[in-house]
Write a protein that binds this ligand. Structure first.
Ligand SMILES: [Zn+2]
Length: 568
């Protein structure tokens, strides 16, 4: 049999023999221990019917540790290791049980349970194989989609967080379904029923895959931050395709990647979408003097003086470089309007595009530019004074319990940990919209959707901004994410960003030596090095990118290859 050892720095396979006492218990996916270079190491069986080359005596494996992923999942992991240019063993870790499993339990007796009927739209979403993207307003209950998946038998259901998975799993069990938590309930899930989990749940072993569902497919927590940087949405699409079963991707703000892969898109009516989104208001700050403008607009003051529960989101990083025109109030932005520019050595410069120009406003040609000083450090105190009520600063006290406080300030983590809210205010939304990242606008749109779900259809989201005409702001105000998608796709295509192309970020001491031979390859562009020494490799498709990265020899020295990097 052939084994992939779990040893960092080694991405090869080695052959071993199976002693007679383990014959029949070893299968593709089994976790074993073998001897390698004089050490006993863990590994996975990736093939069983392997003949030793003539004259070679194979060493026996040392131990069979656990049942592991199915052969279907091992094959999928091989695909992912290639697609995201990383070690197979790293992917197989995510596909393995949390605790060792001696053998799988007996399958449950009796027929599969009959479940209640979910909404017609959710049944329709699973009615055929292929990729179906469903745009759901933030106020819509996703439980129907979870139920519709589970009704088909052995479904794999992926949610952005473990808490989401537990929540939906508990509801599904309450409805009578046979459903297990990925990782923890590995053995039971492998015998019969559906499995639900966070991103690693996409690798779950099931009896006979019937459907795949990804909730909030736009959510960035579905991508692994470690190498290889596989994304559960893309793995879900491939897994369902191989099995010929429906793959349903649900989101209030579907990603361009999901839409590019979709065979069809199910959309709510305009009326349903308006009902499912809260009121999104804009505080246009261009009329305020940049020299005097604080963090708080008149609209905000009104909201915090009411009796409603308010969460204020303030990202404290990366604000030093914000400049505004003292004459017209516009932010200083790149030529395409997508990113902020800062002052470096007497000129304006953008970290995102590298473009430079003299210190003048591109809108009114005034040369009177002002650095925005928004008193971030004292935000909570000033807000408390304005509101005449105490304010809890979650970023100052990460362990604070938010339940008792009517007004909470924090980074975007406050949208996860700040408790319920009637109102969410983004104190400085331009930082999100115009960040030096190609996905900045989509990430900003995702933040609005997150806030919208938190406050519910009767709540309010307030965006304080100097770019009220930005596509994400307009789409949110109109409860019309589809309009955002159209413009975002055009913007990405014009700049040759994904999904028009595929990207890998190369960093580490060996990055220059690694990209050097790729400069001669016509299929790819090499961008960089950036000031921090990183390179980007750009290819026309993920397949071409994966092939070029696989064919390029890895030099000695530290090297990190991040395919589909979310933050460049
Ligand atoms: Zn101006």
């Amino acid at each position: 049999m052939r084994v992939v050892p779990d040893v960092s720095g080694i991405d090869k396979m080695f052959d071993y023999s199976v002693p007679a006492r383990w014959a029949g218990t070893v299968d593709v996916g089994s976790l074993v221990r073998v001897e390698l270079n004089g050490r006993r190491v863990a590994g996975w069986v990736v093939a069983v019917d392997v003949d030793a080359p003539p004259g070679v005596e194979l060493r026996p494996l040392t131990k069979v540790s656990s049942v592991g992923p199915s052969s279907e999942v091992v094959e999928l992991a091989r695909w992912a290791a290639h697609r995201w240019s990383g070690r197979l063993a790293s992917v197989l870790v995510s596909a393995s049980p949390d605790r060792m499993v001696d053998r799988l339990p007996r399958p449950p007796d009796g027929e599969d349970p009959t479940l209640p009927l979910p909404s017609p739209r959710s049944i329709e979403a699973f009615s055929r194989p292929g990729v179906t993207v469903v745009r759901t307003p933030p106020g819509e209950d996703l439980g129907d989609y979870v139920l519709a998946a589970a009704r088909l038998g052995d479904a794999v259901i992926v949610a952005p967080t473990v808490d989401d998975a537990r929540h939906h799993g508990a509801r599904l069990r309450g409805a009578g379904a046979r459903v297990y938590l990925a990782g923890r309930d590995f053995a039971q899930a492998a015998t019969a029923g559906s499995v639900i989990g966070a991103r690693s749940g996409v690798w779950a072993r099931v009896r006979s895959l019937s459907a795949v569902l990804v909730l909030d497919e736009h959510d960035e927590s579905l991508q692994d931050e470690r190498n290889p940087t596989w994304h559960a949405r893309d793995v879900a699409i491939e897994r369902a395709r191989r099995a010929g079963v429906p793959c349903v991707l649900v989101s209030p703000v579907p990603s361009l990647a999901a839409l590019a892969a979709a065979d069809r898109v199910i959309e709510p009516s305009r009326a349903e979408e308006r009902r499912g989104w809260p009121v999104v208001r804009v505080a246009d700050r261009r009329d305020e003097d940049p020299k005097r403008a604080g963090l708080f607009s008149p609209a905000l003051v009104g909201l915090v003086r009411s009796d409603r529960r308010v969460i204020c989101v303030l990202n404290r990083k990366g604000r030093a470089k914000m400049l505004a025109c003292a004459t017209c109030g516009e932010l200083v932005r790149t030529e395409n309007g997508e990113h902020l520019m800062g002052e470096v050595d007497g000129v304006l410069r953008s970290d995102a595009t590298g473009e430079e120009r003299p210190l003048i406003c591109a809108v009114c040609t005034s040369s009177s530019l002002r650095r925005l000083r928004l008193g971030v450090t004292r935000a909570a105190e000033e807000l408390a004074a304005l509101a005449g009520a105490p304010v809890l600063d979650l970023s100052a006290d990460p362990d604070a319990r938010p339940e008792g406080a009517r007004i909470v300030v924090g980074t975007e983590a406050a949208l996860h940990r700040g408790g319920d809210a009637d109102v969410v205010v983004f104190l400085d939304f331009d930082q999100e919209l115009l960040a030096p990242r190609y996905r900045a606008a989509a990430q900003a749109m995702a933040l609005i959707a997150r806030a919208a779900r938190l406050v519910g259809p009767d709540g309010v989201v307030l965006l304080q901004t100097r770019t009220p005409d930005h596509r994400a702001v307009r789409a949110a105000v109109q409860s019309n994410p589809a309009a955002f998608t159209v413009e975002e796709r055009q913007s990405r295509a014009a700049a040759l960003w994904p999904p028009t192309t595929a990207l890998a970020e190369i960093s580490g001491a060996a990055s220059a030596a690694f990209v050097e031979p790729m400069m001669d390859r016509p299929e790819v562009d090499i961008l960089g090095p950036r000031p921090d020494g990183r390179y980007l490799v750009r290819a026309p498709s993920p397949e071409v990118l994966a092939a070029v990265l696989a064919e390029t020899k890895r030099p000695k020295g530290r090297l990190r290859v991040a395919v589909d990097p979310p933050r460049v």
